[in-house]
Ligand binder design. Structure first.
Ligand SMILES: Cc1ncc(COP(=O)(O)O)c(C=O)c1O
Length: 435
């Protein structure tokens, strides 16, 4: 047996050492950054051991780090990087916007045009408003729900991620906003019904991603979504779909694809063409509370909500680039890739499963696909780190948690090369992964 495969632990130690040896400049940058930012980090998800590499530049689907190593970027900015690193139409739109002047202070010509494009595409959003991030969009959607219902309790799902201040993984986060939150396991309708009925008098909203994104690309079963729709009606709560990630998976998002219509819906990530973006919207009667012509209008502020860079890039992104046909084609490519990767695992007889849908997928070192966060957490995490480091050494960058979000910039040859690299890693590490 290859000495490196003696134990998973020793293989990981060696893989981390190799990673560090090849990236002296990234290590120096990391140490310097730690002098001014805690852990050298301003975005927790990007940290991984032994230290994250520093990217110098990106073009198309490739990034190059400060040590000159280049990678095919399959992490795709956690779904926001749908257009790759240098899409010519996005660049042109941003350049035109810059030429027209930034920080214009008043309403701009772009915002209503962009809102109309979003509304026409995502039908549950009869009216909508823009924010700067997906987090803010969810904060506003939940605020809207609590105001509309006059209630305080939110039913969420373990492993759900609705932003840095609304994190439902591992039982919640100490920085979460102080809503009264009760959590059920994902894909467990009976548990959700129990909790919702117990809290019915105070239940303002049921919020979920129609596929757990950060939680491991675990699709919701359609019966689960339908059951939650009925449960919201029964209890008088509002159903909120967080489609910050999943809206890219079908032309009208997963609400349209599954036929389950939420009362409120949120967007983020790629919709702004790669610029800072968020939006919340839904039933016109609910959104009407923000109408400033009303004497009792609820305020919704944000200096950059209508910034011309996002509005212009978003118009190009949704209106001209990520058309329904392009969306369907990208997701078909994702389905084909996921099937190919799973076929490779099966050929090697290894418990390495890719879950997900369309252009989003996640690796789990497990014999059966997880249905919820607890099952995902129980999979073999050290083995996943090893696969992550091995793929990185072969020039493929996935999110550390094993997630892939395909960009339009990836060519068939890139995906084929990735499939080959994955097969090579499985072959080399088979004894450890079987472990
Ligand atoms: C489903 C979901 N909701 C909300 C957010 C938060 O978006 P942002 O990072 O733009 O605040 C994310 C980010 O990963 C997300 O995946």
């Amino acid at each position: 047996m290859d000495r490196r495969n003696a134990t998973l632990e020793s293989a990981l130690v060696e893989a981390r050492e190799l990673y560090a040896r090849r990236r002296p400049e990234s290590l120096a940058r990391h140490r310097a950054a730690a002098e001014v930012m805690p852990g050298g980090n301003t975005r927790s998800v990007l940290f991984h051991g032994p230290f994250p590499f520093t990217t110098a530049r990106g073009e198309g689907c490739r990034i190059t780090d400060v040590d000159g190593l280049s990678y095919v970027n399959l992490a795709g900015e956690y779904t926001a990087g749908l257009f790759g690193h240098s899409h010519p139409e996005i660049r042109a739109a941003v350049t035109r916007a810059l030429e027209g002047g930034v920080n214009l202070t008043s309403h701009t010509a772009q915002e209503a045009e962009f809102a109309r494009l979003v509304r026409d595409r995502f039908r549950p959003m009869e009216l909508l408003r823009f924010t700067n991030s997906g987090t803010e969009a969810n904060l506003m959607a939940l605020a809207c729900a609590t105001i509309a219902t006059g209630r305080r309790t939110i039913l969420g799902f373990e492993g759900g991620y609705h932003g840095g201040l609304l994190t439902f993984g591992s039982g919640g986060s100490p920085v979460n906003v102080p809503h009264r939150v009760v959590l059920a396991p994902y894909n467990d309708l009976a548990a959700a019904q129990r909790l919702a009925r117990e809290n019915a008098a105070d239940l303002a909203a049921i919020i979920l991603e129609p596929m757990l994104g950060s939680g491991g690309c675990i699709p919701a079963e359609v019966e689960f979504l339908r059951g939650l729709r009925a449960l919201a009606r029964e209890t008088g709560a509002l159903l909120v779909f967080d489609e910050v990630m999943t809206s890219r998976l079908a032309p009208g998002g997963l609400s349209e694809a599954t036929g389950v219509t939420p009362d409120l819906m949120t967007l983020g990530k790629y919709v702004g063409g790669g610029m800072s973006f968020g939006a919340f919207g839904g039933r016109a009667d609910l959104l009407a509370i923000f109408d400033p012509r009303r004497p009792d209008a609820v305020p919704h502020a944000g200096t950059f909500n209508n910034n011309v860079l996002t509005m212009s890039a978003g118009i190009a992104a949704l209106g001209r680039i990520y058309t329904p046909d392009v969306c369907s084609a990208l997701n078909a490519r994702g389905d084909a890739l996921r099937e190919a990767l799973n076929a490779t695992s099966a050929r090697h007889g290894l418990p390495a499963l890719w879950t997900g849908r369309g252009s989003m997928m996640c690796l789990h070192i497990a014999a059966t696909p997880p249905r919820n966060a607890a099952e995902a957490a129980a999979t073999n995490q050290p083995a996943k780190e090893l696969v992550f480091l091995d793929l990185l050494e072969r020039g493929f960058y996935l999110a550390r948690r094993g997630m892939i979000a395909l960009s339009l910039a990836l060519a068939e040859t890139d995906l084929a090369a990735f499939s080959d690299a994955y097969a090579e890693v499985l072959e080399q590490r088979a004894p450890l992964l079987r472990g």
